[in-house]
Ligand binder design. Sequence first.
Ligand code: PLP
Length: 383
Amino acid sequence: MSNKPKIWLSSPHMGGKEQEFVKEAFETNWIAPLGPHVNAFEQDLCNYTGAKHAAALSSGTAAIHLALILLGVGKGDKVLCQSMTFSATANPIVYQGATPVFIDSEEETWNMSPEHLEEAIVSIMKEGEKPKAIIPVHLYGMPAKMKEILEIGKKYDIPVIEDAAEALGASISGKKCGTFGIMNILSFNGNKIITTSGGGALLSDNEKFIEKARFLATQARDDAPHYQHSEIGYNYRLSNVLAGIGRGQMQVLDDRVSQRRKVFDFYKNYFDEKNKNKGYNVRFQTEPEGFFSNRWLTAVFIDPEKNKGVNREKLRLSLEKENIEARPLWKPMHLQPVFKGTDFYGDGTSEKLFDDGLCLPSGSNLTHDDLERIKAALDEIFV
Ligand SMILES: *Cc1c(COP(=O)(O)O)cnc(C)c1O
């Protein structure tokens, strides 16, 4: 094992103003799950994405949970969910007593296949049921095929919740991710493109949804001098201290996107040369016309049969030996033990992606020396 410092997959990268905002929260004693930074951070999110309304929350998972509650998803309902994602996309469906139905990926963006989505809807409706919501994900910052997915949602009258946890700063034809669905969610967890250490947001153009989300997220307190409740509430609001970090992070978001895209270009150039001159065939998520990924994580797809027997595990272990972190793609939800027996519509694309895909270090704070170390480790394998 190398004794050089660890190169992380993705680590927090502060901009500079965060501590000033946090200090202000201390000086004004706004150490609460509400306050001026929360309001300003919500405004920043709206200004940046173009969403009309935003509620800052304690996590992206909480945002998905509230979106499902607001759509009335409950016991016995079915929700169509991208299979290739982090478990946080699917878990809130189960919190509501509803059942996820998992949808495979398509090969270009690696996100929800519109074809299999429609197949699932038709099949469920034949049984006399109607799915309650569709949750596509923008995997590693690459937008899903939202035009097609929204058209299907419209055709069958099923609302779309966009899981944009990984995709703040990404867009399709200039329209930002986080603004396509009826409600949309972001995450500011520690490894995301910007972070508040932990946090999330629910975005919507519908003010009623966001007002209700704020109400439910603060324990559903009725308007009364005493504590009175007519509904079950949650403790899901973002702290004013953490929102201060978020305000600082928003100031550098566009820099972070361009830094991550530069890291992607580094890998792309490296493997283009290997593919062209050394007979390898390493592939990436590709941006369809008009798509703009924030390249939160760069992931490679290495089919061992087309890469002289090199597989993702061999590559992962050889990077690990140099103290460089790399990680397989999200294991599809329909393959997870906890979701065993759940319905799935697909053709094996996400399974293949999981078998042969690897996320490479992609932080916006990678140094020139880090990239040189990564290159040297890759050169050990791609000879
Ligand atoms: C990170 C993430 C979430 C959950 O966000 P948290 O803030 O960690 O709760 C949801 N979906 C996807 C795709 C994510 O990557």
